[in-house]
Every structure is written in structure tokens, then in C-alpha cells.
Design a protein. Structure first.
Ligand SMILES: Cc1cc2nc3c(=O)[nH]c(=O)nc-3n(C[C@H](O)[C@H](O)[C@H](O)COP(=O)(O)O)c2cc1C
Length: 216
């Protein structure tokens, strides 16, 4: 565990990166961790777009407030939840579970009903998108942790215009919307004003509260 805590202390949201490329094997490990992230019902209602094409990164940069990490990163990930989905996506997922676990579809009928109720109960395309985005954020969190363990810098970014980025990447055509960008690469310590700064969090016990029955 101490190795993981050290990695989390080492990581920070680098503001400048040095353009160095992440070795394929290291990148593959980070992306596999992302792929293994949990999601509600396992539905994984998102895609993660992996961009290393320098020209495409440059095209995206204006939509991402011209943040320098975009073009200085090795790879830019765009976490893109499904734009619109309904019960048919659940049917596909249930078929996948049945086939991977070698189970008859009928045994999954209860699970299918529960997931469909959840999806329908969200009530609108926007609510379903927001729910999908929550799952994508969880995957992004796993990605940041995996990157830290691999001594790769990872900057999560909400500082962008999602509609503009969606347009550059033609995401509507893929039934996706962007919700979070993560730049992966290596910090440029000389150029990054944040590199020498202390990490700041609320005091530990202000966030981590032990709760017992007497407290509620
Ligand atoms: C959802 C989210 C959006 C963020 N957006 C940006 C961003 O657009 N640009 C940036 O440089 N950092 C961004 N950050 C980084 C945060 O400012 C940073 O994680 C926070 O200050 C904690 O510091 P640390 O990650 O360096 O420990 C974002 C972080 C999160 C989780």
C-alpha cells in the first residue's frame, strides 16, 4: 500500500509536459487498468478515445482553452460517454455477459429487467448521459492512479468547451459526447510553476470522517 500512497503523493496535475513519448508497454498497462474500471451494472456506457496524432491534438487545443499539455502530452485521452442510449444497449450487454459466462440468456432475465428499469427511470437523454458520465469519471480516476503507479504524469481536464471538442472529433456521429480530457505524458519541471508546490488537501479528518450510530 505504501507504494501506492507514494505514487499518489508523487502525482499532480502537471501544467506543462515535455513531449516525451510513453513506451507502448507502459501505455498499454494504463489503458488496460482503465478498461478494467468498475461501472454501474458493468455497462461501461462510454468510450475512451486515445489520441497521439500531433496534428489532431493541435486541432483540439483551441477547444481545450489552449492548455499547453494537449500538444505537449504523449497521449490525450477523451472520456466520452454514450450520447443517447436505451434498453437496446442493455440487451447487447446482457448478450455479452451470457456469452462470456456461458450462461443461458433466461438466467439473466432478472438482471436485464433491473438494468432496464434503471436506464428508463433516469427519465431523459440528458440524465442518462450524466449517469454515463459518472461511470466515465470512475474510469478516469482509475486511469490517473494507474498512471501514477507507472510514474507517468496525468492531468485531468474539464477546462474545455465540450461542444467545440465534440465538433472537432465528430463525436455526435459516434453517438458520444466528451466529458473529461486526460493528458498523459511527462512533466516539464523547469517550465511548470506547479511542479515545486506542496500538494494541498483539506485536513485528513475533515474529509475522512468515522461515523457511528451515535453520530446519526
Ligand atoms: C474534474 C477535474 C477537472 C480538472 N480540470 C483541469 C484543467 O482543465 N486543467 C488543469 O491544468 N488541471 C485541471 N484539473 C486538475 C486539478 O486542478 C487538480 O487535480 C487539483 O488542483 C488537485 O491537485 P493535484 O491533482 O495536482 O494533486 C482538474 C481536475 C479534475 C479532477
Amino acid at each position: 500500500m505504501s507504494e501506492f500512497i507514494q505514487a499518489m503523493q508523487w502525482r499532480y496535475a502537471a501544467k506543462r509536459m515535455n513531449g516525451q513519448r510513453i513506451p507502448d508497454e507502459t501505455l498499454s498497462g494504463i489503458l488496460q487498468a482503465c478498461h478494467l474500471a468498475p461501472s454501474s451494472f458493468g455497462l461501461q456506457p462510454y468510450q475512451v478515445l486515445v489520441i497521439d496524432d500531433p496534428e489532431l491534438k493541435a486541432l483540439c487545443q483551441p477547444a481545450i482553452m489552449n492548455q499547453p499539455q494537449v500538444v505537449e502530452s504523449s497521449h490525450m485521452l477523451v472520456f466520452a460517454p454514450w450520447r443517447q442510449f436505451d434498453e437496446s444497449a442493455v440487451d447487447l450487454w446482457i448478450e455479452r455477459v451470457a456469452s462470456e459466462r456461458n450462461m443461458p440468456l433466461e438466467r439473466l432475465a432478472g438482471m436485464a429487467k433491473t438494468i432496464k428499469q434503471k436506464v428508463a427511470g433516469l427519465g431523459s437523454d440528458e440524465a442518462r448521459f450524466q449517469w454515463a458520465a459518472q461511470q466515465a469519471y470512475l474510469a478516469a480516476g482509475v486511469t490517473l492512479s494507474a498512471a501514477a503507479m507507472a510514474q507517468v504524469d496525468a492531468t485531468p481536464m474539464e477546462g474545455f468547451d465540450p461542444q467545440a471538442l465534440d465538433q472537432v472529433l465528430n463525436l455526435a456521429e459516434r453517438n458520444l459526447r466528451s466529458t473529461l480530457v486526460v493528458c498523459l505524458g511527462y512533466r516539464d519541471e523547469a517550465e511548470d510553476w506547479l511542479a515545486p508546490m506542496k500538494k494541498v488537501r483539506w485536513p485528513y479528518h475533515d474529509v475522512m470522517r468515522l461515523l457511528t450510530q451515535q453520530d446519526v
